[in-house]
Design a protein around this ligand. Structure first.
Ligand code: NAD
Length: 293
């Protein structure tokens, strides 16, 4: 049966490595990395994500700056705050928590973030560079970067292999496919309009599933020995759990773990990697800006 890829453990290792580097930078050149987070509105899930990011920053020694704006704030107000952080030398990373209120245009806002401080990697120029051969973005989006890190650290070979990404969102599926391609895999993307997706996924040595449909990927979709990265986080009813539900991935773990060579669990797979990658991106940004090796 499949080797379990322990994202919780890998994320912990990365947070420790980041903490050590931050201490070294502070001791050597007196610089502390700073991350600015802009939250618009009062979505409970977004507030939780922002709180978790702040906690993670505190734990590794990144100084965090937070701006909370009301739901009815104007695009101009958000962009004004971004511009202030762009010019602030103590801030090395800027992120705008998505989703934004409906009256705002995401692209206008993401375009306002300096590409050199865009630690979420969502600026259209950074995405464009990710898509270009021979060019590199300043930053890669955190969740797909976390998927790649899990593959690398589990010793999964990527070069020359067949990879299938299920899902084509801007924040996970599409950048994941671009990253696999940059790592010299032959990549297919399966999405909501794909016919017979299982015929395609069965050819894959590597599958990254980022769909948002509980247990979509069955054992019969998987080539024996394949490496499976399951990004999905889906609540399903579970009367036996104290909360009344539990979280499952896009991959049917019970079936897949009998066929695959390696697989991430949900929870405890990709989930913990996202914030670890944000911390790592923020450190990299501070290092680059201060030319610290
Ligand atoms: P999304 O809804 O933006 O995109 C889903 C994609 O899946 C779309 O491109 C769509 O074409 C495709 N799709 C939908 N139904 C399909 C089907 N039946 N077969 C094949 N493809 C189908 O979602 P997202 O933001 O990319 O997130 C995907 C999942 O990953 C969600 O469960 C989300 O909660 C999870 N997620 C986890 C993390 C993390 O672990 N840190 C981060 C982001 C998202």
């Amino acid at each position: 049966s499949a080797k379990i890829i322990d994202g919780k453990l890998v994320a912990k290792q990365i947070r420790e490595e980041v903490g050590v580097e931050i201490a070294r930078m502070k001791d050597t050149i007196g610089v502390v990395p700073g991350l600015a987070v802009i939250l618009v509105g009062s979505r409970k899930d977004s507030q939780t994500y922002v709180r978790n990011k702040k906690k993670a920053c505190d734990a590794v020694g990144i100084k965090s700056y937070e701006v909370n704006l009301p739901e009815d704030a104007s695009e101009y107000e958000v962009i004004k705050h971004i511009a202030t952080f762009n010019d602030d030398p103590s801030v090395h990373g800027i992120l705008v928590q998505l989703p934004l209120p409906r009256h705002m245009n995401d692209e206008n806002i993401l375009n306002a973030v300096s590409i050199e401080k865009d630690v979420d990697g969502f600026h259209p120029v950074n995405i464009g560079r990710l898509a270009m051969q021979g060019r590199d973005p300043f930053f890669v989006p955190c969740t797909p970067k976390g998927c790649m890190e899990l593959l690398h650290r589990s010793g999964v070979e990527i070069k020359g292999k067949r990879a299938v990404v299920i899902g084509r969102s801007n924040i996970v599926g599409t950048p994941a496919a671009l990253l696999l391609q940059k790592a010299n895999a032959t990549v297919s993307i399966v999405h909501s309009k794909t016919k017979n997706p299982e015929e395609i996924t069965r050819q894959a040595d590597i599958i990254i599933a980022a769909v948002g449909v509980a247990n979509l990927v069955r054992g019969s979709w998987i080539k024996p020995g394949a490496a499976i990265i399951d990004v999905g986080i889906n609540p399903v009813d579970d009367p036996a759990s104290p909360r009344g539900y539990r979280l499952v991935g896009d991959v049917c773990f019970e079936e897949a773990s009998k066929v695959a060579g390696a697989i991430t669990p949900v929870p405890g797979g990709v989930g913990p990697m996202t914030i670890a990658m944000l911390l790592s991106n923020t450190l990299d940004s501070a290092k680059r800006i201060h030319k610290f090796k």
